[in-house]
Design a protein around this ligand. Sequence first.
Ligand code: 5GP
Ligand code: ZN
Length: 134
Amino acid sequence: MSDCIFCKIINHEIPGKIVYEDDVCLAFLDLSQTTDGHTLVIPKQHFNHILDVDADTLSHMIKVVQIVAKNIENKLGAKGFNIVSNMNEIAGQSVHHFHIHIIPRYNESDGFKAIYTDRSNEVDLDKIYTKLVD
Ligand code: 5GP
Ligand code: ZN
């Protein structure tokens, strides 16, 4: 028996408000509901994070993200989405079973803040680029 809370939801050991299920993955409402309809898409197989997941599972999951998001758009009237996956504690991952957050957006003050700091004046873009492509 797994200690992983998401594996427990998959195995119906604890309840989850499941909005989509197939052989590969599951989508269910996040308890925190950052915004109405905040949903998690998870693979049925346990992977710790995005870099561990095989390509077939990952590509299937992104299709499911699209299906689930379209349903939220239709039924809850979402105006847009932030699609997010946190990897490791440094990035805020608290449950170490890979998951993709679907965070519907309704207005600019609906509770979710995506913060992108602009450091363009402080960094050497050429240096970073060269390291990545060399
Ligand atoms: P992370 O912080 O790892 O990116 O996201 C984990 C998410 O799982 C959080 O948004 C948290 O609210 C949600 N979560 C944690 N435990 C449970 C649970 O037992 N049931 C549901 N539905 N969501 C959970
Ligand atoms: Zn798990």
